[in-house]
Design a protein around this ligand. Structure first.
Ligand code: COA
Length: 299
């Protein structure tokens, strides 16, 4: 059952948001919720069919939306996508960095290139998007009373608060993202009144991330631990994004909001190493080929 939003429908009226990875999973739900609360939406992603289906769905809900193909690992794509957003909507108020790469793999099977690939997407990609978006998010100079500039939300994780099995690459990448959030909040919060925050989702059902981190093959060998998980919904993450993007969060800067039902406090579940080794690449291939399911779609 779809939960009703506690926010007023016009809370983001007149705002323009750009979301990387906004075409599927948590990114799509944030696009949808920002959109039905008044924002115009540009989504950036690598797969054209995912973008097309997400844009059609957003538009079917009356949300002004465009899809822009691009890879956050390429600076020229970041520049082009930002320029296209400005050309189409005339401004940028909210940047959400939701693009991420993930797969389960034991360290001994993860090549340095595999490690680098996730750092490039999550950490360097987030930095690149923020860096190139600055000139559009600046809306005034320093001033101590109001955060008048735009705002950035970086999607993080809780894996690195402790240590997580077979997630060394993602844990390192998200630790860097959290650090980027704090450094930007200090510099740009002071100099340009731009707020930069993060959201660290816990295990969220019906997402590509969860189906990669808890694929059927592994759940079946590990059902006891997985059953202990308290799963969240994409809606929970989108509500946190609305809070941070709207004036409800106008005094919040440099924080990463954990939205996980307290899950990370008991982070020590052990996954079966042999199953991870056996299935990691198969799950990765399946996830790339999977059709994108957009639950809110009227199509
Ligand atoms: N296990 C071990 N290594 C893997 C792997 C797996 N499941 N999947 C990819 N790799 C390694 C590759 O072997 C390669 O390293 P190598 O050159 O030393 O062999 C490296 O990672 C890059 O792989 P490639 O397939 O070229 O990368 P890509 O750019 O096409 O894909 C991914 C990037 C792998 C991170 C991909 O999962 C991705 O982008 N997924 C979409 C988003 C997503 O997963 N979202 C969920 C977020 S929680």
């Amino acid at each position: 059952m779809a939960m009703e939003s506690p926010f007023k429908a016009d809370v983001l009226k007149g705002k323009v948001a750009l979301l990387t990875g906004g075409g599927s999973g948590i990114g799509y739900e944030i696009s949808y919720q920002l959109g039905i609360h008044g924002a115009s939406i540009a989504i950036m992603g690598r797969r054209r069919h995912v973008l097309e289906s997400a844009v059609a769905s957003l538009q079917s809900h009356g949300i002004p939306a465009i899809g822009l193909e691009g890879d956050v690992r390429k600076r020229e794509d970041a520049i082009r996508v930002l320029e296209s957003t400005i050309k189409h909507f005339g401004r940028l108020d909210i940047l959400v960095n939701a693009a991420a790469g993930n797969f389960l793999v034991p360290v001994e099977d993860l090549s340095p290139n595999g490690f680098r690939t996730v750092i490039d997407i999550d950490s360097v990609g987030t930095y690149t998007m923020c860096h190139e978006a600055l000139k559009y998010l600046k809306k005034g100079g320093p001033g101590k009373d109001h955060f008048v500039g735009g705002t950035i939300i970086n999607i993080s994780a809780t894996l690195h608060y402790t240590a997580s099995w077979y997630q060394i690459h993602v844990s390192a990448a998200k630790a860097a993202v959290d650090s980027i959030t704090r450094s930007l909040a200090l510099e740009w919060g002071t100099d340009y009144n731009i707020r930069i925050n993060g959201i660290a989702p816990g295990p969220i059902k019906d997402t590509p991330g969860f189906s990669k981190l808890a694929p059927e093959e592994i759940i079946s060998k590990n059902s006891e631990n997985v059953l202990l998980l308290k799963l969240g919904e994409k809606w929970d993450i989108a509500m946190a994004a609305l809070y941070l993007a709207s004036d409800a969060g106008k005094y919040v800067n440099g924080t990463t909001l954990v939205v996980d039902g307290g899950d990370w406090l008991s982070h020590s579940r052990k996954l079966p190493k042999e199953a991870v080794k056996q299935y990691s690449r198969a799950v990765e291939r399946r996830s790339r080929a999977a059709p994108v399911v957009i639950p809110n779609s009227k199509l």
